[in-house]
Design a protein around this ligand. Sequence first.
Ligand SMILES: Nc1nc2c(ncn2[C@@H]2O[C@H](COP(=O)(O)OP(=O)(O)O)[C@@H](O)[C@H]2O)c(=O)[nH]1
Ligand SMILES: [Mg+2]
Length: 259
Amino acid sequence: MSDQAQEGFPGVGRVLVVIPTYNESENVRIIVERVRTAVPSVDLLIADDNSPDGTGEIADQLAAADPAVHVMHRPGKQGLGAAYVAGFAWAREHNYDAVVEMDADGSHAPEELPKLLDAAKEADVVLGSRWVRGGKVVNWPWHRLVLSRGSNLYTRIALGMPLRDATAGFRVYRMPVLDKIDVDSVISQGYCFQVDLSWRACRNGFRVVEVPITFAERERGASKMSSSVIAEAAWRVTVWGAKARLDSAKKLFTGGRRG
Ligand SMILES: Nc1nc2c(ncn2[C@@H]2O[C@H](COP(=O)(O)OP(=O)(O)O)[C@@H](O)[C@H]2O)c(=O)[nH]1
Ligand SMILES: [Mg+2]
C-alpha cells in the first residue's frame, strides 16, 4: 500500500480503483500507468480471471514494481460482476473508504477520475455518465449507441429510476453504500451488474449523482460484450420492474384497507 494512499483523496479518503480484466494484455500496463499519473493518491486492484493471454502475469510485474498496485488472480472467466464483488470485498478487508469501477480498455479516461472523486465528496455514488449534458461517446459503432440508449431508456421506464446512464461502468462508491446494499449477494453479471447496483443504491435512498464523461471505444483488444450479457440485463430489469410495481400495488391495497 502506498504512503500517498494512506492519506487518500481529499474529502473522500482511501480509494481503491478496481479494474477487472479478461485478455487485456495490450491494455493493462497503459491503464495502470495512466491511473497512477492522473491520481497518484489512489491504489489499484487488477481482478484478473486467469486470462489466457498473460494479462495476470503483466499485472504481477506491475504490482512488483509499485506498492500501490495489487492483483487478484481468479480461477477463470466468471463475469465482470463476480470480479467486482470479489474486488470490493478485498477493498473492505483492507479498509478503503471508497472504490472505483473502471474498465481496462481505455474507454474510461483515468484523467477524468479526479472529477468523479470530487463529486464523491458530496455524494454516496458517482456515475461517469455518457448521457447527461456534456457527456460524449467517441468512436462507437451505431449498434452500440442504439444498444446503450435503448437499454437506458428501457431501464428508466421499467424501474422508474431517474438516472440517464444506469449501465455506466465508470463509478465511485463510498464503502458504506456497498455494505448497506449487500453487494456480496449480487449475482448479476455484465451490464446488468451496473443496473443492479444503481437500483439497490437508489432504493436505499443513497445520493447518486451523474457526472458527464467522454467514453471512447477501445483501440486494442476485443470486447467481451455478448448477446447473453444483453439478454441477462433485459430479463432481470423486467423482473425487478414488475416486482417493484407489484410491491407498490400491494402497499396501496393494504394501506387502503386499513384506512
Ligand atoms: N475479470 C473479468 N473481467 C472481465 C470479464 N468480462 C469483461 N471483463 C472486463 O470488463 C471490462 C469491460 O469489458 P469490455 O469487453 O470492454 O466490455 P464493453 O466495453 O461493453 O465492450 C474490461 O476491462 C474487460 O477486460 C470477466 O468475465 N472477468
Ligand atoms: Mg470496453
